[in-house]
Ligand binder design. Sequence first.
Ligand code: C2E
Ligand code: MG
Ligand code: MG
Length: 542
Amino acid sequence: MIFRSQLRHSVRLWLGALLFGLLAGLALELCLGALRFTAAPPGLPDGAEPAVVWLLSAAGTCVLALGVFGVLADAAGRRRQAALRASLDVAHERLREQALSDPLTGLPNRALFEERLARQLGAAEGGQQESLAVLFIDLDGFKPINDSFGHAAGDTVLAEVGQRLRGLVGSEDLAARVGGDEFLLLLRLDGEAGRAPRMATQVLQVISKPYRLPNLVDVNLSCSIGIVTYPAHGPGSKLLANADAAMYAAKRAGGSSFAVFAPSMDQDARLQLELQHDLRMAIERHELELYYQPKVHALSSQITGAEALVRWNHPLRGMISPTVFIPVAERFALISALGYWVIEEACRQVREWLDQGLRMRVAVNLSMQQLRQEDLVPRIRAALEHHQVDPSLLTFEITESVAMEDATMRAFGALAGVGVSLSIDDFGTAYSNFAALRKLPAKQLKIDRSLFTDIDESGDALAVVDAMIKMAHALGLKVVAEGVETERQRDLLLALHCDEFQGYLYGRPMPAHMLSLWALGEGETHPVDFRASLYDPRVLIG
Ligand code: C2E
Ligand code: MG
Ligand code: MG
């Protein structure tokens, strides 16, 4: 196109130059003719005519040469302009590609995905047959890898996931990275709806192959996939939201699977939105409450302290478990306000127990986002001072995966400086870095119940828990087994020298006043007593 217009322009220029040359030649010829026919002008010496003719010819030649030079200079300028425009086009295209692709994986980003989706939806509008599918892929277990091995390792895994997905899709399809560990596939179906679940099965297979990290450790991952097809799960404007809802359904079902969108899933997504809306008001409306679950000394079977576990008494939905609303709080950036309420309330309760003559040690859970909060340590200090509670009565529990992050280690150091104790929660559910574990100023390690539920049947489980307890003791950490439900579990864990127990065998999480009654020896009989040193003899209880 550009070439043709340039050619046209050149032809026009050359024709113009030719015409100009002809006209100049003609004018010259006319002058010469006039000179030949007229007498020499007065004042012009005889024999000067040839010189005049020569001068006029030279002038004519100069005019012609100027014309040709002008044409050549214009052509060169045009060529330069065209080259400049071409390189600008290349730079522009490269910028566009950069703006529309994810630098880590090289895959298209959300903007390009949505552009392509809109184009394909436009082409498919009004059609009856299933024309396209979107697969929403979210990695399971990526966070612990990122947290335990660092961001460079996380980036290696994401780049590899990107490559594996790109290898799966055809030239008609599109794979994109649209968030931290979220990917989308856009598939052309051409009426063949079965292609979407087949592709999801392939995705599950390729993602589950091991990943080699820069430190040469191999890790495994799985993913949860939500599938929508168009027009079945349309309209187009709701397609991505529906794919997201289907992905969450797959995740809630335990992950490592796919789910095809159903209208009920939309309700689940809406429920999450409703919960986050209600949760914003829950603190002001005094709907949150801390329950306390006793921790028991293994050898003496006496209560040494309690873990504070938050509950939400929803006015319409009743009691909601933290496993439901803590993820909502984390997802919608509400965990900070909730976390500070928990710290404040735990300190208030410890003060109340102290006033009743009970020196209860209370453990409070901290989430990853709280640990990143700049003002965490000053706020903990302020809460302790406000309620006049000794920091030694407070323990903070941090889950294993979070505890291994670099940023967390710094926060750990600052917390230890306040004088509170630190405990590593849910140990055995992530990838522990023993070197890092050694450096943590933690005093306690809580073994997750998933590791010992079948300890009475499985020799492997027994061997693993045995090794963990030995390792923890070697690092100077006390071990709490969390989730002890049977006497058999307790006996086996005791034989392995576990230091403390927490679980339904001893007591479920309960409101503070119930634990107070228990400490006072009132109400129903209880399987265990409080350690005598918890009582302050100077205060008359009750
Ligand atoms: P976690 O910190 O590991 O707490 C232990 C969970 O195990 C509690 O669940 C407890 O009720 C349960 N549990 C204790 N003994 C047994 C047992 O014998 N059998 C069984 N099946 N379960 C037992 P809960 O109260 O539902 O809390 C779940 C999780 O929610 C906690 O796990 C913690 O991660 C989180 N959470 C609770 N309160 C808070 C909080 O105030 N802040 C933050 N950030 N997270 C919290
Ligand atoms: Mg805990
Ligand atoms: Mg736990």
